[in-house]
Structures are given as C-alpha cells and as structure tokens.
Ligand binder design. Structure first.
Ligand SMILES: C[S@@+](CC[C@H](N)C(=O)[O-])C[C@H]1O[C@@H](n2cnc3c(N)ncnc32)[C@H](O)[C@@H]1O
Length: 299
C-alpha cells in the first residue's frame, strides 16, 4: 500500500512538473513570436501606468529609499513596467523567460535584462528594494512560488507589488457566460483589422495558443486566490495589502461604477448571476512589505 501511495505521489509530482514546463514553454514560444506586436500595441492604458507609479511610490516612501533604488520587474515582457517607472529614476532589471521580450526590453528602456524563471530567480537574497510584476502571476503555473521568491530577493527596506491579476470570483463563470466568451474569436478577428490592440487575433491559432496555455490561470474556473496570495506572502515574511478592482489611487472600495467595469465584465458577470460592479469580480493589485516594517517590534 505504501508503495502504491509513493507511486501515486510520484506520478502527481511528475504531472505537476509537466504542467509547469508546459506553461513556461508556451510563454516562451508565444512571446518570442508576438513580442514586437506586444511592445507596440498592448498594455497602453494610462490608468494602468499611473496605478503602477502610485504603487511603487507608496512602497518606496521610506526615508531609507531616497537614494538609488534597485528595481526588479518580474516577467518584464518587452519592458512596459520599466518604462512606466522611469520617472522614479530606478536602476531596473527585467527578468523574463522570453529572449525576444528581453531584447525588446533592453532596446526600449536600456535596462539590464536577465533570462530566468520567476519561480527560481537567479538573484541573491535581498538584492532589490522594489520588486514589481504586472499581469504575470496568472502566466506562471506555480505562482505561489514566484511570490515567495519575490519576497526572498526583496530587501527589508523595500516592497513588492503585483498588479493586473484575475480573482477566482471573476472567472467563476456560468456555462452560458463561458459559451459567450468562447464565441469571441471571429468577432475579435474582425476587430483585428481596425484596432491595433486586437491585431494578434488575426492569427487565430496563435491567439488561442496564447490564451489557452500561456495564460494558464486566466481561464474560466481558475483565477488567483486572494487567500493563497496572502498565505504565499506570509511564507515569504511579507504583509500583503490587497486592492480589488483597484482605482488609480489604490483605494479600497466595495463597488465600482458600471462604466469602469467595461462591457466584457458586465456581460460575463451578469450572465453568471453576479453584480458586475462588485469589486471582487475584477482584477486585483497587491502591495506587500516585510513584516518587520509593517509590524514594529515596540523596541
Ligand atoms: C502578460 S505578459 C506581461 C509583461 C509585462 N509585465 C507587461 O506588463 O507588459 C507576461 C510575461 O510573463 C513572462 N513569463 C511567463 N512565465 C514566466 C516565468 N515563469 N518566469 C518569468 N517570466 C515569465 C512572459 O514571457 C511575459 O513576458
């Protein structure tokens, strides 16, 4: 019986390693192909840019961070976040698994770039004062480990921010909502001829590979669990603060306006019997500081 248990634990481990590898492989092959388009046309929202700046400034508000700040952007892609944070005069390093993304990040921002996996970062402990990641955790099979690693490489004077991650609730879609969501491919293909942000949908096969296997946790029925985010930061010795459907200024709120929710969220959440304005049915941002900073010892 023990042998049977060991064998099934062994095959579960093998399955997990296989799933992890598949997610990394899919991200490498997708981004190596779409990096130029991704750099030019994706993630251009001014709100997104401003929110990341607000988050970084909040984490770096300590007097100790007034001098040169070492910044790591995890899953840097072609360098969007590094570019957005330029007004903060940081010394930035981008980490990614896609070489073409890293080449674009270096060319576009002049930052140092490193090829590596977020779940096993090639950096020493406490190497950075600021660790950022935008729209990255849901691309990583073992995203909990990426959080623990982010805490390890972050110095006690610094902080970590992860932004643009889908909640579990936002992807808890009814069968009818899933069917409507699945029907989007031909519509998006048509839009690809008019909207630069939808250009990648012209090659439906590549777009499907990207959405189904690179965005491994951004699928109906999945998402990133807030409880597990809190537990993972706890494992890393950090204290997280979560903002659901975050405003630009990162305030906590229960509900958002219908216009802010956007048509896609309204359609999918209403079809799932949810109130689309409820904050939990959107993305989230998490800011985290070391426990030693957030909980003074009273000395
Ligand atoms: C949605 S893109 C976000 C890129 C960038 N943060 C931005 O805001 O444009 C996700 C990025 O995560 C990278 N990525 C996926 N899995 C990774 C891993 N295990 N380690 C490091 N980077 C990874 C992908 O190559 C891609 O560049």
């Amino acid at each position: 019986m023990i042998k049977g248990m060991l064998l099934s634990a062994g095959s579960a481990h093998k399955q997990q390693k296989g799933d992890e590898f598949a997610a990394v492989y899919s991200n490498i092959t997708s981004y190596d192909r779409i990096s130029d388009d991704y750099a030019a046309n994706w993630r251009k929202s001014g709100d997104l840019i401003e929110r990341l700046r607000v988050a970084a400034r909040r984490l770096l508000s300590s007097e100790r961070n007034k001098n040169s700040v070492r910044h790591l952007d995890v899953g840097c892609g072609p360098g969007h976040v590094i570019e957005w944070l330029k007004p903060l005069s940081l010394t930035s390093v981008g980490l990614d698994v896609s070489l073409n993304n890293l080449r674009n990040a270096r060319k576009g921002t002049g930052a140092h770039v490193v090829l590596g996996d977020a779940t096993n970062m090639p950096f020493k402990d406490k190497a950075f004062e600021l660790v950022t990641g935008s729209a990255i955790l849901h691309h990583i099979y073992d995203w909990q480990m990426a959080i623990v690693e982010s805490c390890r490489v972050c110095s006690p004077e610094g902080g970590v921010v992860y932004d643009s991650e889908p909640t579990v609730e936002s992807l808890d879609l009814s069968p009818i909502a899933r069917a409507v969501f699945e029907a989007r491919w031909p519509v998006y293909k048509l839009l690809s001829y008019f909207l630069p942000s939808k250009r990648h949908f012209r090659n439906a096969q590549l777009a499907k590979q990207y959405y189904y296997s690179a965005e491994v946790h951004n699928q109906p029925g999945r998402g990133i669990s807030i409880k597990e985010v809190e537990a993972s930061f706890g494992r890393g010795g950090f204290n997280p603060e979560i903002f659901l459907s975050p405003s630009i200024q990162l305030t906590s709120r229960e509900q958002i306006g219908a216009r802010e929710a956007g048509w896609k969220r309204i359609v999918l959440q209403v079809l799932s019997g949810h109130d689309p304005r409820a904050a939990k049915y959107g993305s989230f941002t998490v800011l985290a500081r070391p426990v030693s900073i957030t909980e003074p010892t009273g000395k």
